[in-house]
Design a protein around this ligand. Sequence first.
Ligand code: BMA
Length: 845
Amino acid sequence: MTSWQSLHEGWTLTAVRGADVPEAVASARIPATVPGCVHTDLLAAGLIPDPYLDEHELTLNWIGRTDWCYETVFRWDGGAGDARDGGAGDARDGVDADRVELMCAGLDTVATVTLNDVEIGRTANMHRSYRFDVGGLLRAGDNVLRVRFDSAYRHAEAEQRRLGDRPNAYPTPFNFIRKMACNFGWDWGPELVTAGIWQEIGLRTWRTARLAEVRPLVTVVDAEGRVSVRVAVELAGDGAAADGATPAAPLTLRAGVAGQVAETTLAAGQREAELSLTVADPELWWPRGYGEQPRYPLTVTLHAGDRELDAWQRKVGFRSVRLETTPDEHGSAFTVVVNDLPIFARGVNWIPDDCFPHRVTRQRYARRLGQACEANVNFLRVWGGGRYESEDFYDLADELGLLVGQDFLFACAAYPEEEPLAGEIRAEAAEQVVRLASHPSLVLWFGNNENIWGWHDWGWQAELAGRSWGAGYYFELLPGIVADLDPARPYWPGSPWSGRPEIHPNDPAHGSTHIWTVWNQLDYLHYRDYLPRFVAEFGWQGPASYATLRRAISDPRGLAEDSPAMAHRQKAGDGRLKLARGLAAHLPAPRDFDDWHYLTQLNQARAISVGVEHLRSYRPICMGSVVWQLNDCWPVTSWAAVDGDGRRKPLWYALRRAYADRLLTIQPRQGGLALVAVNDGGTPWTGRVDVRRLTLAGEPRGKASVELSVPPYSEFTWPLPAEVAAADDPRAELLVADPGGDGERAFWFFAPDRDLRYPPAEYDATLEPSQEGVVRVRVTARTILRDLLLAPDRLDPAAEVDEALVTLLPGESTTFTVRSTAPLDPAALTTRPVLRCVNDMLPQP
Ligand code: BMA
């Protein structure tokens, strides 16, 4: 049996070399946390301020330009460590001796590892794991392990000089080093170039042989759902005794899943084998909303005679997946098909949830993925400027039935294909494809983020002057690796990518597309100009929640739209102008920061609702709407639905509505309007929908009804008759579509808010008694109230509300449920700026 001694204790950190290291750091031996990184160690030691607060980021650049050394002293007792089976490393049983390896699951990034002053390895890839044979170097008693990290910045710059510069959307050399790209700063992220032992580290002791690689290939083989599980296994170790003699017993591999067992005995010297199992009648794994997510433990064990040498276990799920990309009259499809059912991807993009990834615990992943599920999301795209997501992430995605598209880690830049980068990428990709192969949630690999588009459109070709940019990775290396190691999993060379070199890579009619022209240059109503097949990115910015900003900005004067503190939290090109342009097209001008904060958050929610509802209304031509972005890594103004402190922005609530199984929406069609009912649930949607045309004062002007009968996974479009489709006075009327039974009401306003003749908001708001920590706020409208928002985090940072952006007609009521840790002031809870709506911006009567 193998044993494991983790080496997470007793670490210290010292600055080895760097021009701008502060004196207090230069002379210190700093207690270090492993897994961890330099920034969080310095923070814990009180040697730097929190990089996420105020403008501290700007003062911490030296960290990424410094060389650091981690050191620990650990005891080695000759191999009789914890969890051992059979004890000694002294070949007592006369068969063979122990092998001891130092296992580093992740080193960030340019590391030199020494044990007892002997160099045992050098690494330069954050996305690989390493094993170093250390048996001969260990001493009984104390051993000194050091991991020295050279400045990632300097390393990348040296490679950049050596290889010649390559185009990059950002002014940093992240494309010359295999390290999380957004560490170098992004248009939503701070520049915090980390170093450290970012994943677990320890000693693995084994003898004779161990499982070096286990690769499960699960395929559903026939219509009856029979499943084939092939397990490819590679062994390490020569299987021989320490003296080189053959082992006493032959090696045997055993695999088991769902009550089936396969076994094979290896010939002397055989290091690779494949075991095959067939499961006759398994329960299939389904995406959330389509069925259950049963998983089956798959176990592989390695034996020498009756001695178990090593064991491996993962939970697998049985499902088929393919990507439907056949050309048709609209272009070429891009549809994820699971268990032969085409799935509309109600998606969001995922970025690293923290600049310091070791801080993202399983609990935090669970919370964040839970927030995605509660917003009716069924698809996550893990973006290529971050990381190959963790076991916890994928395990939770499997459990929750979330589908995942994982980018290989290339984003927004040309990547050299020269050595040693090419070799690093080959090794990294092979390792990650194997590591993630067991997860049913992983349905798609993308070759990169926006690099093919960049090469095509962003002036790269001239700049490159013939130098390599990554094409060999996206079109040859990576598809080859996926086809070899995990052939049942679809691969797509990039996002965006049209499927064919002769078609523009970002052609919306072909493959996966990104729609950024709208946010960058146009108004959000222009989402409706597109008839895409699968939108893997589109987004609209909004600021973080109020409590998040208050925590991040210590000077209250920083809470101003034009403050340096807010400018520091706006990393997007012309972001402030784009926010202002978006507001001006729709909403009344903000008078103060509170207005600005509410309106920009509201506009973000409106923009994405327009986009999502439009895209869903065109199913099955369009089969994916993947919003940029679910999460943030720090407190920032960004496209995220959940901010850097984990608070849900109004966009989150809007997404939950727009991504509901049953969506009722009013859409422009052929010069008029249509009611579209999208049914993404498994049962038919029937019932009557009443569409009323009303004045803003609530007086009826026209009415029409339709009987719905929408089969599962389909849509129904009903052109609205003239009496509701056209307003007598577009500035003073709206449409309301109410479904009988299930589904949410849909609204249509004939003019933007800034042109509407709203009555000034009038309402009664009362608190309803409830249990401790819960307050219900009941709002009864005396006039129309457009997009009511209750922001209890303004009163208690821990307070949360169950609903947001509710529109009420005169006489209607709604109840918000607020959970808080502190008593909330009733007067504040029922008035502006905590409770507000669009038409409270108008003068009160
Ligand atoms: C796309 C993404 C990210 C970026 C986002 C917003 O380019 O792939 O690189 O953060 O747009 O600009």
